[in-house]
Write a protein that binds this ligand. Structure first.
Ligand SMILES: [Zn+2]
Length: 394
């Protein structure tokens, strides 16, 4: 059901992660969140970082905010995005992690490529028994963020299949069995989160489009299986809250997973069968090549387009953002369009100021189009001239 985006025209948000403040030096590791929050030093740094993430989004004027993925450690390429669940779920041996074999999930980069470091940092707990939600504690993290802001806080986390691809397994008989077990554990966790009041739950990177374009000759690991895993992860959730499926073409170390720009077209019909209220598409870095196909194929759901490129440091101008929104409006009606970033900006490489001004442009550009459509504008305190410290010219 629509909750976070209900009643907002052209709602604005980001995918999730934001660059870590340099002074946020604490890491969770394998400690669980509530255990770490007992430590004065961890609690202070976590809550201060969270406050910065939320305040930056409020100053920019975003409608739906995130906790900036505050739980993640300062890992190579933001590996915590994948490693957080296995390090905190039950049925895994977190004390004796093992490297992920090459090629898992169709990801391979040779030595000399920046993402080879990312592959080397896939050192994950091993599955030794039935997987359970353990100490994921998503509800506690969402509450820790939502109690600091009046804006709706979207909670996002990695898909079950990405975690399944990364793990060594001494328990399940097949890869789908492993994926479904993780999906079921996530589902239990998300129900607690929805029951606690979380207005948007975002499942990040179901591998539907990546498997479709890689054309992996595998009779088992198919885009349809990824839909099955997604739908099992979110089963029953839409009766309680708003569910998003986030898709992009990669962001570890702010890199794409492919050398060339990819098209979503081979995956769109399958993607449209996910049990979600909103699907997000990376649209900015690709120049919006798929907007027409997305508008035609994705039905009965809202569509979030990326108008900000997370791979580049050049801050998009509000006019550029407005142009991308107008291009999307040719194929997607305004009541079904959500404005976002291509992906998260916090998985290594971007400064906090770059991310901040990208969010400001996102809102200012959306305001340009809102004005054209006669819609209410968002307040963007970050761009309010009354508070400029530069003296007026004489
Ligand atoms: Zn992404």
């Amino acid at each position: 059901m629509y909750r976070g985006t209900k009643d907002i025209k052209l709602p604005t948000t980001i995918t999730g992660s934001l660059p870590r403040p340099s002074w946020y030096t604490e890491n969770l590791g394998t400690r669980h969140f509530l255990e770490a929050m007992v430590s004065r030093r961890f609690r202070e740094q976590y809550e201060d970082a969270l406050t910065c993430y939320l305040r930056d989004q409020e100053l920019a004027g975003l409608d739906i905010v995130t906790d900036g993925d505050c739980r993640f450690d300062d890992d190579v390429g933001g590996q915590s995005w994948t490693a957080y669940p296995p390090n905190h779920m039950s049925g895994l041996d977190a004390a004796h992690p093992e490297p992920t074999p090459a090629g898992r999930g169709g990801i391979a980069f040779s030595r000399g490529h920046i993402l080879h470091d990312y592959l080397e940092s896939r050192v994950m707990p091993v599955i030794t028994g039935p997987i359970g939600r353990g100490n994921l504690q998503y509800t506690a993290m969402w509450k820790a963020a939502q109690r600091f802001t009046e804006k709706p806080v979207k909670f996002g986390a990695v898909s079950a299949e990405i975690v399944a691809f990364a793990l060594q397994d001494r328990h399940y008989k097949s890869v789908p069995d492993r994926m479904f077990a993780i999906a079921d554990a996530f589902n239990e966790e998300y129900h607690e989160l929805a029951d606690a009041g979380c207005p948007v739950i975002q499942i990040e990177e179901p591998q539907i489009h990546l498997i479709a374009v890689r054309k992996i000759q595998d009779k088992v690991i198919t885009p349809q299986l990824m839909v099955e895993v997604f739908n099992r992860t979110v089963k029953g959730l839409r009766a309680k809250t708003e569910v998003w499926a986030h898709s992009c073409w990669g962001n570890p170390s702010q890199q794409r997973m492919f050398a060339q720009v990819q098209s979503y077209k081979p995956a769109l019909e399958t993607y449209n069968t996910v049990d979600a209220d909103v699907i997000t598409f990376e649209s900015s870095s690709s120049g919006g090549i798929d907007l027409e196909a997305i508008g035609k194929t994705i039905t009965g759901k809202k569509i979030a387009i990326g108008v900000i490129d997370h791979h580049t440091l050049q801050v998009e101008s509000p006019d550029e953002v407005a142009e991308k929104i107008r291009a999307a409006l040719k194929f997607i009606p305004p009541e079904r369009l959500v404005i976002s970033t291509d992906c998260g900006m916090g998985r290594e490489g971007m400064s906090r100021r770059h991310a901040f001004y990208k969010m400001v442009s996102l809102v200012l550009g959306t305001n340009i189009v809102r004005k054209e459509l006669g819609l209410p504008l968002a307040e963007c305190l970050a761009a309010d001239e009354r508070y400029s410290l530069v003296m007026a010219a004489k």
